[in-house]
Design a binder for this molecule. Structure first.
Ligand SMILES: Cc1cc2nc3c(=O)[nH]c(=O)nc-3n(C[C@H](O)[C@H](O)[C@H](O)COP(=O)(O)O)c2cc1C
Length: 313
């Protein structure tokens, strides 16, 4: 198996994608780590103290499993959040939605691997040059902010041939056969997010999960995020208003480095996570409609790990 996974003693090369705001927190990340994958806490939208508590709680649940932290480069407290994760000695840090050069020297100093989310072979090469331990190749089927209009199956082989470091496929992967397809395209592992929202351990409001379960293929839409990137989400009252060019009132606390201020994306994500679905953005991957039931993380792993030589029990 590849180094990053071998070095951290991982059972399965499955990363649970970081999901802000507070969609992937300690209960989910800890359960994924316990099941033999990598559990990721999304730090975006948290304070440093909140993140510290989440990491400690995830570690408690994880039973020595692998815990990482995901931080969006776009947030103003990016450096503080990354440095907190490193001080807490997480197993890895993943950065997305923008590119930080500094993070690699901070990771090197702390002896903790840094993974970068990329959508092009050009950015993958730059990440490798700066010292990324692996890249997450995220295609357009992914939930949340998007960096490409190409599919995961299109970018994985291209990025794989551009770099020597491990390539982790992300975007639209919901089942064992999707994992097998990505491995056959050269991926060294996978990152999955939407599948793990529909887990018992994910702490979002029940109405958030119901919105996922009732989504049809045509309900998954692209919205405009004030970050300046398109975002993939499930259609709702909020997304329809945005599509008509209406912007909700916001209370801005200047949390992003770059923001159009059309609305507050962090507030919109927090609203939906709390169950105020009509007042928020429900980020989701393109293939949400393929997932029909809420399972425990252990059951999800059991359904996925036939793609690997070691089966989950
Ligand atoms: C609700 C939600 C929130 C997300 N938040 C983040 C985030 O904070 N940072 C990030 O790098 N990616 C984020 N993503 C992207 C995921 O980590 C992951 O790479 C992507 O969704 C994979 O595609 P899938 O959902 O089809 O499995 C988010 C995705 C979802 C569904």
């Amino acid at each position: 198996m590849l180094n990053i996974f071998k070095n951290i003693g991982l059972k399965y090369p499955i990363i649970q994608g970081g999901m802000a705001v507070r969609v992937s927190t300690a209960p989910l990340a800890g359960a994924v780590a316990c099941a033999g994958g990598i559990g990721i806490i999304a730090a975006t939208g948290m304070t440093v103290d909140e993140l510290r508590l989440e990491i400690r709680e995830a570690r408690r649940i994880a039973n020595n499993g692998t815990i990482g932290v995901n931080v969006m480069f776009a947030v103003r407290n990016f450096a503080e959040l990354v440095k907190t994760a490193l001080q807490e000695k997480v197993d890895l840090v993943v950065s997305g939605a923008g590119f930080s050069r500094d993070i690699f020297s901070w990771g090197k100093e702390a002896g903790i691997p840094i993974l970068t989310i990329v959508s092009t072979s050009r950015l993958a090469r730059i990440a490798e040059k700066y010292g990324a331990a692996a890249v997450v190749a995220e295609g357009f089927e992914a939930g949340g902010h998007l960096g490409t209009e190409l599919s995961t199956a299109e970018i994985v082989p291209e990025i794989k041939s551009a770099v020597k470091i491990p390539v982790i496929a992300a975007g639209g992967i919901t089942c064992e056969s999707d994992i097998a397809e990505m491995m056959s395209l050269g991926a060294d592992g996978v990152q999955m997010a939407t599948r793990f929202v529909l887990s018992k351990e994910c702490t979002v409001a029940d109405s958030f999960k119901t919105h996922y379960l009732s989504a049809r293929e045509e309900d998954v839409v692209i919205i405009k995020s004030p970050v300046g990137l398109p975002g993939r989400a499930i259609r709702n009252v909020f997304s329809e208003a945005l599509a008509r060019g209406e912007s909700p009132d916001i209370s801005c606390d200047d949390c992003l480095k770059v923001c159009s201020r059309e609305y507050c994306i962090l507030e919109a994500l927090e609203n939906s996570r709390l169950g105020h679905i009509d007042q928020g953005v429900v980020f989701s991957g393109q293939n949400v409609f393929k997932i029909k039931e809420i399972l425990s993380v252990k059951e999800i792993f059991k359904s996925l790990t036939g793609a690997f030589s070691i089966k989950a029990n």
